[in-house]
Design a protein around this ligand. Structure first.
Ligand code: XUL
Ligand code: CO
Length: 435
């Protein structure tokens, strides 16, 4: 096991001119951009599941990776995975990591065993974090893989299944709190339906709200200071998931009085699946006051599923970063690489290539977006476009006037607004020239 990453030295910033493929070209964690370091802006995190748990299987064939720790079982496997994971976090020099309960622990056959096995590994994670200084961006419970969750976790027709999910969530929240996690995530992997014919959506959505309300109560009871986050996704594995996108999640939270308690963890590939652009999701989350964190990845334009590739679309990253810079970026959130190397990328080095390219793409996007913000032309046009709303008529409409008042003034003053160009191409060129 010790030899697995032995051929790769800790990754360092060498600048864009380097020919070393195992070095950062743009991500210089200490470089200041608009007053914050790149590390403070991006808060990068490595995910446990794709990087250390997945063995390369797909629906047509078994694992291809042949990782040495996958040859082990039980606690021995969990311990080996922990060592290798923290070695990778350290070599990549990223401050954060994320995990699901089942990613880190020895597999369990019963709920009692789940609680026991999870407790064993949480002690060891705490020790490793102390030794390495690595921090937990977020924890979560996997309440979608075990066959008991095939018809949903909190949204299951059987309340016994809800109880099992609640047990996992309680322990995963407690562990996240103990490990100083900065967020706790709910991804409703099977909180939806495969067919409406066997589904009572009204009941199921109330059950989901019940679990979230219980989690909010628990957060306050244990004094967890982090942010609770829902990760929207429209479908896959189910035909329809209730948390379909940011705006849908906001409506759900608002209906249940949870909009000030829970924010969103937005994933690029999930946005694509919902038919939304990533910058749309981020802009909506800020506008609705629920921006939390990002799962950085991408889909494949020709494949209609969640391929979780490393995010490398510079224009999309730049457009997204513009919204983040305008709104103050992350508070407790970060850029979690919920991304995986391809099934044919079987070498240890491939894990480094994926994460190095991933963070360099984000760093370049950050630099491009900062250039656009500093240059000011984009914001200048935008502010000019809406300037009327800061003046007399706009303020009067927004704050004082009735519908009758507006209609009478419109006629009296003979209002005849002249069409003005929206300058879309001019705005697009600002992105083109900055990336
Ligand atoms: C699945 C997905 C999950 C969540 C955490 O599509 O994104 O890995 O991020 O459960
Ligand atoms: Co995700």
């Amino acid at each position: 096991m010790k030899d697995f990453f032995a051929g790769v030295d800790p990754i360092k910033f060498e600048g864009p001119e380097t020919s070393n493929p195992l070095a950062f070209r743009y991500y210089d964690k200490n470089q200041k951009v608009l007053g914050k370091t790149m590390e403070e802006h991006l808060r990068p995190s490595i995910c446990y599941w794709h990087t250390f748990c997945w063995d390369g299987f797909d629906v047509f064939g078994g694992g291809t990776f042949n990782r040495p720790w996958h040859q082990l079982s039980g606690q021995e496997m969990a311990d080996a995975k922990l060592d290798i994971a923290f070695e990778f976090f350290t070599k990549m020099d990223f401050p954060y990591f994320c995990f699901h309960d089942v990613d880190v622990m020895a597999p369990a056959a019963t709920m009692k065993e789940h609680v026991e096995n999870f407790a064993v590994i949480v002690d060891k994670i705490e020790e490793k974090m102390g030794e390495t200084g690595k921090k937990l961006l977020w924890g979560t419970a996997n309440v979608f893989s075990n066959p008991r969750y095939m018809a949903g976790a909190s949204t299951n027709p059987d309340p016994e299944v809800f109880a099992c999910a609640a047990t996992q969530v309680r322990h995963a929240m407690d562990a996240t709190n103990r490990l100083g996690g900065e967020n706790y995530v709910f991804w409703g992997g099977r909180e939806g339906y495969d067919t409406l014919l066997n589904t009572k959506v009204d009941r199921e959505m109330d059950q989901l709200a019940r679990l979230l309300t219980l989690a909010v109560e628990h957060k306050h009871k244990i004094g967890f200071k982090g942010t609770l986050l829902i990760e929207p996704k429209p479908h896959e594995p189910t035909k329809h998931q209730y948390d379909r996108d940011t705006a849908t999640v906001y409506g759900f939270l608002k209906k249940h009085g949870l909009e000030n308690e829970i924010a969103v963890n937005i994933e690029t590939n999930h946005a694509t699946l919902a038919g939304n652009a990533m910058d749309h999701e981020v802009a909506m989350a800020y506008a609705l006051g629920i921006f939390g964190s990002i799962d950085a990845n991408r889909g494949d334009p020709q494949n209609g599923w969640d391929t979780d590739q490393f995010w490398n679309d510079q224009a999309e990253i730049t457009r997204t970063m513009i919204h983040m810079l305008r709104n103050g970026g992350f508070t407790t959130g970060g850029m979690n690489f919920d991304s995986k190397v391809r099934r044919q990328s079987i070498d240890a080095a491939d894990l480094f290539h994926g994460h190095i390219g991933g963070i360099d793409a984000l760093a370049r996007g950050l630099l491009s977006a900062a250039k656009i913000i500093e240059d000011g032309k984009m914001d200048e046009f935008l502010n000019e476009r809406y300037a009327g709303w800061d003046k007399d008529l706009g303020q009067w409409i927004m704050n004082t006037a009735s519908l009758e008042d507006i209609s009478e003034r419109t006629v009296k003053d003979n209002l005849d607004p002249k069409p003005k160009s929206g300058r879309q191409e001019y705005m697009e060129n600002i992105i083109t020239y900055a990336v």
